[in-house]
Design a protein around this ligand. Structure first.
Ligand code: SAH
Ligand code: SF4
Length: 423
């Protein structure tokens, strides 16, 4: 687009100083010409770092730094791994088979902290929402993200955030109107799952009639664009899916992206989780407006990347998310073109009723229109569940943000009756 200032893509994070992003000038209210926002704040890690989120070799390395002899490191790292990710230990003192001296030494240098829970809200349908505080830039306000747990009869889905704010500016998304504060670290991403297990008392020794866990599925559909924080998201999801630890299978983890094409193949190759694409429009002209990243990676390129997605098959379908916007993208013509576009891709379509927020320029499609649309794609052979609103009474909404709601009037809060995403 001529004459617009394109903010630079956020700097790739080095493995050592992940999330240490330089302060750069960026508009706090994005104009429609900005494709990607730059991070505004730097991250000052806590003085005593948490071991949560480190890989086994990284754990061994940290142990080396505090003087654990080389031949013990692997075994010690394995012990810590088990205590953290199988038993959910919240302190080193809980780790009873680790020697007292070792525990004292660990305590001196590290923690096993997860993000701090600021508020917990429990909806009358059982949905729970946690507002989590993360280390900030050391001078300003702390950074906050949300994490939502949605129980269903046969599973429990946790909606996890990947960034504070978002790099992108999708016009229908509340998070998109906010500045990007920073990327989350791998530890802060894993930490959200650990917080949920802590609060739900969902670790291995919990008494359950059938031994099943409560958190069985993860969706990377909270705040942020996970593929613009690739390294941390990958490292975190590899920990979460490790079957000697938290053990949530890759088939039960879904990563949702607005279409960062170059990182789609990497997601399949390096993480191997299920993929969801926020498609929302079937013509470039409209998608450019709804998901401005489309100007960089148009529909054809995006769908080509989906066709080539490593590991997709009829039993591992790609989910296409489609937000239903009244009079914008919800005609039967759109449905027809959608079916045509997805030909040859093992796909399911997830219709999402639009969640209004104060100042948003869209309305949710009428229910009859959603049904007609859904019927069309269903008759064309696609499963097309409509996401049911969950946790309305606590404003639980994946893809939206709570902290902003603090400032809203009662009427605006009403308008923000939100839902969490689940199929
Ligand atoms: N950034 C990623 C993941 C987070 S958003 C992505 O865009 O895919 C998770 C889902 O919520 C996306 O499909 C997004 O398009 C959708 N979403 C965002 N705002 C919404 C709203 N107001 N109403 C309904 N769905 C919304
Ligand atoms: Fe970011 Fe996703 Fe919202 Fe778009 S829909 S602004 S990518 S969180």
């Amino acid at each position: 687009m001529a004459g617009t200032s394109l903010a630079m893509t956020i700097a790739a994070n080095s493995p050592e100083i992940r999330n240490d992003m330089t302060m750069t000038e960026a508009p706090s209210i994005p104009d429609s010409g900005v494709l990607e926002k730059t991070a505004l704040e730097t991250y000052v890690p806590p003085a005593k770092p948490s071991l949560v989120g480190l890989s086994r070799p990284e754990l061994a390395e940290r142990l080396g730094e505090i003087g654990v002899p080389e031949k013990q490191r692997k075994m010690r790292a394995q012990q810590l791994w088990h205590w953290m990710y199988v038993r959910g230990a919240q302190t080193f003192a809980d780790m009873t088979n680790v020697s007292k001296d070792m525990r004292a030494e660990l305590e001196k240098h590290f923690t096993v902290d997860r993000p701090e829970v600021v508020t917990e809200q429990i909806s009358n349908d059982g949905t729970r929402k946690w507002l989590l505080r993360l280390p900030g830039d050391g001078v300003g306000r702390a950074h906050e993200v949300e994490c939502v747990y949605i129980p269903e009869t046969d599973r429990g889905t946790l909606c996890v955030s990947s960034q504070v704010g978002c790099t992108l500016n999708c016009s229908f998304c509340h998070t998109g109107t906010q500045r990007l504060v920073r990327n989350l670290t791998a530890g802060e991403i894993v930490g959200q799952i650990m917080v949920a297990r802590d609060r739900l008392n969902d670790w291995i020794d919990r008494e359950t009639p059938n031994g099943n866990r409560l958190v069985t599925n993860i969706v990377m559909m909270g705040m942020g664009e996970p593929l613009y924080n690739f390294d941390a998201v990958r490292d975190a999801l590899l920990i979460v899916s490790d079957n000697e630890g938290i053990g949530i299978s890759r088939r039960r983890i879904t990563l949702s992206t607005s279409g960062v094409v170059p990182n789609i193949a990497r997601t399949g190759d390096e993480i191997g989780v299920m993929l969801a694409i926020s498609l929302h429009a079937v013509r470039d002209e409209l998608r450019n407006e709804l998901v401005p990243l489309n100007r960089k990676y148009p529909i054809k390129e995006l769908l080509d990347a989906c066709r080539a997605y490593p590991g997709s098959s009829n039993s591992r379908r790609i989910t296409f998310e489609y937000v239903m916007l009244k009079g914008v993208n919800d005609s039967l013509d759109d449905a027809r073109l959608l079916v045509k576009l997805l030909k040859g891709i093992p796909a399911k379509i997830n219709l999402i009723p639009f969640n209004p927020w104060p100042g948003s320029k869209y309305e949710c499609s009428d229910w009859e229109q959603i049904e007609k649309f859904s019927e069309y794609v269903f008759n064309a052979g696609y499963s097309s569940p409509v996401r049911t609103p969950r946790g309305r009474d606590i404003l639980a909404a994946c893809g939206q943000l709570k902290s902003e709601t603090e400032k809203l009037s009662a009427r605006e809060r009403q308008a923000l009756r939100a839902m969490a995403m689940t199929d």
